[in-house]
Design a protein around this ligand. Structure first.
Ligand code: ATP
Ligand code: MG
Ligand code: MG
Length: 554
């Protein structure tokens, strides 16, 4: 395989294989903390890890990194599983860091016995003050030289709940002068008297991320532990901990880092997304404006479009921001090929064809998708009174206006060529009705000369009598700013777009009555829309996934 076509993580793996790693031993994991819903940034990590699993035919574990009971919940575990599965990936084992609490505790006893960990009873302020800075060394804690026996007793007391939160921590005894701040006697355990979503009240001490992650990788025989760049400086510690516990004859997991996925016009930290939910800026984690997987799903995104996006955006060694337009391109490109076309009038104005028989109804045939012959055709009812889009009509307009104007002709999609004759207005001067005359020989598909006559514009419509009232949620970006959380002294919520949701009542063709939640359509000339999870035949609800053109250029 051409080296250039490999990403840098694949190059690392290829090198390891070349150096003797048995490909049968390759094993990966995706390690979410169940403290929120997955977002499109996580999708990068999911696609990377599961993509490697597929490429190398290697198992990938779904490991919940659940070491902070204050923030973790079963609801999040369930949502994460749903989202990974929806993206189309199958994990090998479902595992939890909390399953290793006893093993971690037992190893910790060994580390204390080896003189490599101690209980510190100073305040967090005192400990922070001793940490030093990246350019100046730290100072040893007064507890650093407590005897092994004393440390074993104190740690036992921590475990038994005899210390309150913040009264004692266990620290690894490494080096307070180390160039890497993470190596200056980092915390291994803290007291947290909180109910854990899986271990209940079994534990009142909880292991820190660094002292859990590599050991979990080791216990699961993970070969490549891929994480985001902010953990690069933790790698020394990852390796130090492994050196304390790992059997050198077993697989030694390797931490390697890649850049987080950032996307323009949104925020991507679970902490900030949680704020949006808790403070009701959005309707929930799956609000279609959220950059969460569940929000994107409700918005109408497909698993394929998200995987495609991850593939095109790729993985990188340096921090960068991906234009949200790329994500939008990926869904538009897919829906253009797959979404059935329908007619929906979002801002209706009434039109009457004066020369069409009053009681006549016709069933016209419409092509479902010009990009896909196999999509077939459907029936659309036509009658004398119609609705068209208000913006598709002007009383007067110049030659460049190819839609309907007095004295001008347009074709009604799948139907007749009409000419506008006059309008009726209310007392405020608003147009209430457009009078038209149809060329009754010009019906699309009828084979007549007139049916082949070319006019400049084609507009969509729905029959007044058959139109179905539908709620349509027009979503726009949630933030007005390209990088809402990049402003030093301004809270990201200051950049929330007050017009990110406009709810309207639209009139749609009756074929949509049989639509089911999650069904996706192109509303011709208007964009791609997806039936909401709450949509029923009694109350249809559609969410705008994305416009047809680049919506931010308007
Ligand atoms: P957040 O700040 O959003 O909570 P996190 O890194 O704390 O992110 P985790 O649940 O710990 O969230 O992440 C699970 C995995 O997904 C980790 O390996 C993490 O590095 C990766 N990940 C999280 N956010 C991103 C992102 N924006 N881009 C790529 N990978 C990510
Ligand atoms: Mg994390
Ligand atoms: Mg986090």
């Amino acid at each position: 395989e051409d080296k250039k076509s490999l990403n840098f993580i694949e190059q690392i793996i290829e090198e390891d294989l070349a150096n003797g790693l048995d490909p049968k031993n390759l094993r990966f994991r995706f390690p979410p903390e169940p403290n929120g819903y997955l977002h499109i940034g996580h999708a990068a990590s999911i696609c990377l890890n599961f993509g490697l699993g597929e490429k190398y035919n290697a198992p990938v574990n779904l490991r919940f990194d659940d070491t902070n009971p204050a923030k973790e919940e079963q609801e999040y575990v369930d949502a994460i599983k749903r989202d990974v599965a929806w993206l189309g990936f199958k994990w090998d084992k479902e595992l939890y860091s909390s399953d290793y609490f006893q093993q971690l505790y037992d190893w910790t006893i060994d580390i204390i016995k080896a003189g490599n960990a101690y209980v510190d009873m100073q305040s967090s302020e005192e400990i922070a003050a001793q940490k030093g800075t990246p350019t100046s060394p730290g100072t040893d804690s007064p507890y650093r030289n407590t005897s092994v026996e004393e440390n074993l007793t104190l740690f036992e007391k921590m475990k038994n709940g005899e210390f309150g939160e913040g009264e004692a921590i266990l620290r690894a005894k490494i080096d307070m002068q180390h160039n890497n701040m993470h190596m200056r006697d980092p915390i291994m355990y803290r007291v947290l008297k909180k109910h854990h979503h899986r271990t209940g009240n079994d534990w009142v001490i909880y292991p820190m991320y660094d002292w859990t992650h590599g050991e979990s990788d080791y216990l699961e025989s993970i070969t490549h532990s891929l994480c985001t760049l902010e953990f690069k400086s933790h790698r020394d510690l990852y390796e130090w901990y492994l050196a304390q516990v790992a059997d050198p004859n077993k697989i030694q997991p390797k931490q390697r880092e890649f850049a987080r996925r950032n996307i323009s016009y949104t925020v991507m930290s679970k902490r900030k997304l949680l704020q949006l939910v808790q403070e009701n800026h959005v309707a929930g984690w799956d609000d279609p404006r959220m950059p969460t997987i569940s929000g994107l799903r409700r918005r109408g995104y497909t698993p394929n479009s998200i995987r495609k996006f991850s593939e095109i955006a790729g993985i990188s060694k340096r921090d960068n921001v991906t234009d949200v337009a790329l994500l939008e391109f990926c869904i538009k490109d897919e829906l253009n090929k797959t979404a059935p076309r329908v007619m929906a009038v979002l801002d209706p104005i009434k039109l009457v064809i004066d020369n069409y028989p009053t009681d006549k109804e016709e069933i016209l045939i419409a092509e479902n998708n010009p990009e896909d012959e196999s999509a077939g055709e459907r029936e659309v009812p036509f009658a004398k009174e119609l609705y068209i889009e208000r913006e598709d009509f002007r009383e007067q307009a110049n030659k460049k206006f190819f839609r309907l104007k007095i004295g001008g002709e347009v074709r009604l999609k799948n139907a007749y060529i009409i000419k506008a004759d006059s309008v009726e207005k209310d007392e405020n001067g608003n147009i209430t009705l457009i009078h038209c005359t149809a060329d009754l020989d010009s019906r699309s598909g009828s084979g007549t000369e007139a049916s082949k006559r070319r006019v400049k514009g084609t507009i969509h419509w729905v029959s007044k009598k058959h139109a179905v009232k539908t709620q349509v949620n027009l979503y726009d970006r949630l933030f007005k700013d390209e990088a809402p959380d990049s402003h030093k002294d301004i809270d990201f919520k200051q950049f929330i777009n007050p017009n990110s949701l406009e709810v309207i009542t639209a009139l749609v063709e009756p074929s949509l009555l049989t639509s089911k939640p999650g069904d996706r359509f192109q509303f011709q000339r208007k964009g791609y829309f997806c039936a909401d999870v709450d949509s029923t035949s009694n109350q249809l609800i559609f969410n705008r996934t994305v416009g047809l053109t680049d919506s931010w250029a308007k």
